[in-house]
Write a protein that binds this ligand. Structure first.
Ligand code: R5P
Length: 298
């Protein structure tokens, strides 16, 4: 049975979190002043999942799960939405600090799906609302274009700008590719510093090529990216910056997916500090996203 009855009582608004998102769920509940309950998952021998939520679930349920490593998690998350409604919730909002499958937003090669739309349609049918942070929206301007209902992707720019202002004053804010330009510009403006973006060619899952226009003189650069997966983008950006004479390089990432060996690769490229938002539990976590997301819930 689900445990973690903390503060559920007869509250109307309750955060329900899977155990792999427990720390984030508790921080969110605390910051938003909501009740908290844990979602339990039983795995059958054949690999199917049985999800159990706290009942009664509260009138408005906020289901928290960061959806990195998404394939099994997506199914369990859809099952939990159904369970919450059957346990009395009149509205169910998914709070996914990291939302997957947003990068496949077009058919890059014949025979591929548009994964962003498939996943977006499932979530839109299951939930009344979806809240996430810095979804990878490139060709799709708004999250609402792929998820019906109340769908919102918050910008991580204020939180990253705050770090640059406090810990890397006067540094050059660097985006690896043209896609990153709007938010790189927003971070640099809010931090009161200059910015530049590169050009990226992806040659494979682990291999990218990055180039820059002539750079402004800078002793200290902060690379910002929404996702770090193989670490290739951060590492190659750092190599390009070093070739251009930048000696001190830090990196800020919103979603630290970091596969095996990825962080070591980034460090070996000469990145001094690697920091991330806590949307995915990782040892680089140092920027809290829960307060931003809690503010959006109210
Ligand atoms: C891609 O467009 C994203 O913004 C990231 O730059 C990318 O996902 C990083 O992946 P990797 O760490 O594998 O280079």
């Amino acid at each position: 049975m689900p445990s973690g009855r903390t503060g559920v009582g007869r509250r109307a608004r309750v955060v329900h979190a899977f155990s792999d998102s427990e720390a984030f769920g508790r921080r969110l509940a605390r910051a938003a002043g909501l009740g908290y309950a844990r979602v339990a998952v039983h795995r059958f021998p054949d690999g199917e999942s049985l999800v159990r939520v706290r009942a009664p679930a509260g009138t408005h349920a906020f289901l928290v799960r960061s959806l990195h490593d998404p394939n099994a998690k997506l199914v369990e998350t859809l099952l939990a939405a159904d369970a919450l409604r059957r346990a009395g919730a009149r509205s169910v909002t998914l709070v996914a600090p990291y939302l997957p499958y947003m990068r496949q937003d077009t058919v890059f090669r014949a025979g591929e799906p548009i994964s962003q739309r498939v996943v977006g349609e499932c979530l839109g049918r299951a939930f009344d609302g979806v809240l996430t942070l810095q979804a990878h929206l490139h060709r799709t301007p708004r999250l609402g274009d792929v998820i019906r209902g109340r769908a919102r992707s918050l910008s991580a720019a204020p939180a990253l700008a705050d770090w640059v202002r406090r810990s890397a004053r006067g540094s050059l804010v660097v985006g690896p590719d043209e896609e990153s330009e709007p938010w790189v510009r927003a971070i640099a403006r809010a931090a009161g510093t200059s910015w530049v973006v590169g050009t990226k060619d992806r040659l494979g899952d682990h291999t990218v090529r990055i180039s820059f226009p002539p750079l402004p003189r800078a002793a200290h650069a902060v690379i910002v990216d929404d996702i770090a997966s193989s670490g290739g983008t951060l590492a190659e950006t750092a190599h390009a910056l070093r070739r251009a004479g930048v000696r001190r390089i830090d990196a800020l990432v919103v979603h630290p997916l970091f596969g095996p060996g990825a962080l070591a690769r980034v460090r070996a490229a000469g990145v001094r500090r690697v920091l991330s938002c806590d949307t995915i539990p990782h040892r680089t976590n140092s920027i809290a996203a829960a307060p931003l997301m809690a503010a959006a819930l109210s």
